[in-house]
Design a protein around this ligand. Structure first.
Ligand SMILES: Cc1cc2nc3c(=O)[nH]c(=O)nc-3n(C[C@H](O)[C@H](O)[C@H](O)COP(=O)(O)OP(=O)(O)OC[C@H]3O[C@@H](n4cnc5c(N)ncnc54)[C@H](O)[C@@H]3O)c2cc1C
Length: 417
């Protein structure tokens, strides 16, 4: 690994929310930053998510007994889970690793590692937004987990138990109280668990634009280029090969989300990451407003009132990263939305697909890459990238600048599998 240094320039590959937050934390320390992305900053996966910023989204996707729910998720109801035939062979080892994360002690270890990334998310976004004139992009909220079958709203279930033990303020409410909190919700929901002390972003796409603009004002240089490859320069440094230009740099931070493993493969480094694609439908003139982030636990979707309308986001589709979106998801999400919000006006909608960069343990790869001095990774934030990115950017900046982390980084090592 190269000696820590705040003067040597850093080139960030990928300007999603992870790349942007990494840039801000480096710029705060006076490090010169260049960012390369094929598109405008923050407009891929980071644009279409559900906007949840939660210090308490610390529960990984694989839980004890998750395997039992997989057939139902794939073949019943709104079928929120699907696996494209062309990725089945890559999916098998990923799935085995995923299910091996299910035992309670593994869930607790992941929850601990996730809590370090999610815990300070609200304060860090408030800090990043301060002085931009767009401070209200983040707003206080609860996360309301809603259940049609009230008997399933159980604070003793492992996911709520761990949250409580780690300090979350949770409350179980019945039908009437739920109606008072969220009058637009269908009366079919008979109970909810409220997770308090959260926030939500009112436009994740605009957040990316605003924070990238702040980074530019702080001195970052942005290049709109498609990156094809990276190669080592002896004795130190890297070349980043784009369409029509090659950039030289001393350090690289790879933040290309679901596209990162493709680039690493070219230098012989493997990463067991799948593109777990998700979708949203945004109702532009919804006619209803909701006050919090609401999860329909059965349908596995999250709804939130955004600047552009009411957004319903979710689904898990394991498929090639650049395969076209599946149109049937639009119909499914619209049905779920109509059943959850009976007063919804469904006339004018936007349909969107994004790629969660998912490792089997729901944690990102964050740190230096062994045997590749000057190469760092910060990708794989799966379902939690919006909320994890400010802290993971901070950790990356501390690592590059040689500051004390007060946090072991082994849980996030690229070679942990
Ligand atoms: C439906 C859905 C709902 C979600 N809801 C939430 C939520 O409520 N809260 C939450 O915390 N997280 C949520 N997430 C997850 C979150 O959106 C992601 O974890 C996060 O956006 C990942 O950010 P990123 O910067 O790693 O990736 P991206 O935003 O995908 O950024 C990667 C960047 O790399 C660039 N790139 C890729 N290849 C190249 C190349 N060859 N050359 C140049 N540039 C390249 C892309 O253009 C892109 O800008 C959700 C995700 C989905 C799909």
């Amino acid at each position: 690994m190269l000696a820590p240094n705040t003067d040597a320039p850093v080139t960030i590959l990928g300007a999603g929310i992870v790349g942007i937050c990494t840039a801000l934390s480096l710029l705060e320390r006076g490090v010169p930053v260049t960012i390369i992305d094929k598109g405008p900053p923050g407009q891929e996966t980071s644009m279409g998510n559900a906007g949840v910023v939660s210090p308490w989204s610390i529960i990984p996707q694989s839980l004890p007994g998750t395997w039992k729910s997989i057939p139902g998720l794939m073949f019943r109801g709104s079928r929120p889970l699907s696996i494209h035939p062309s990725v089945i062979f890559r999916m098998l080892p990923w799935g085995v690793r995923f299910l091996r994360q299910g035992p309670e002690e593994k869930v607790r270890a992941s929850a601990e590692a996730m809590s370090h990334l999610c815990g300070p998310s609200i304060e860090l976004y408030e800090k990043h937004l301060k002085g931009t004139g767009h401070e209200t992009l983040i707003t206080q909220s609860m996360y309301v987990h809603t259940f049609r079958d009230g008997s399933r709203a159980n604070l003793d279930a492992i996911d709520y138990r761990i949250r409580s033990e780690m300090g979350a303020d949770l409350e179980l409410v019945g039908k009437d109280q739920l109606r008072r909190i969220e009058p637009a919700l269908s009366p079919d929901f008979s109970a909810a668990i409220l997770i308090k002390g959260q926030a939500r972003i009112r436009s994740p796409g605009r957040l990316g634009t605003v924070l990238a603009e702040k980074a530019r004002r702080m001195g970052a240089t942005f290049h709109r280029k498609t990156i094809h490859d990276i190669s080592r320069i002896d004795p130190k440094g890297w070349r980043v090969h784009c369409d029509d230009e090659t950039f030289q740099t001393e350090r690289i931070v790879l933040c290309m989300g679901a596209w990162s493993p493709g680039l690493l493969k070219k230098i012989g480094v493997s990463a067991p990451l799948m593109a777990e694609r998700g979708y949203h439908v945004e109702f532009n003139e919804p006619g209803v407003e909701i006050n919090n982030s609401i999860m329909d636990v059965d349908a596995k979707v999250v709804a939130s009132s955004m600047e552009g309308g009411l957004r319903v986001a979710g689904q898990a589709e394991f498929a090639p990263v650049d395969a076209p979106p599946s149109e049937r998801r639009k119909t499914q999400l619209m049905k779920v939305a109509q059943s959850a919000f009976p007063g919804l006006n469904t006339k004018d909608v936007n349909f969107w697909m994004g790629r969660r960069p998912s490792f089997p343990d729901s944690l990102p790869a964050l740190g230096a890459v062994n045997d590749h001095p000057g190469l760092f990774v910060n990708f794989g934030h799966s379902h939690y990238g919006l909320m994890m990115s400010p802290r993971s950017g901070e950790i990356m900046a501390r690592l590059i600048c040689g500051e004390n982390q007060n946090l072991p980084l082994d849980a996030y090592a690229l070679d942990r599998f």
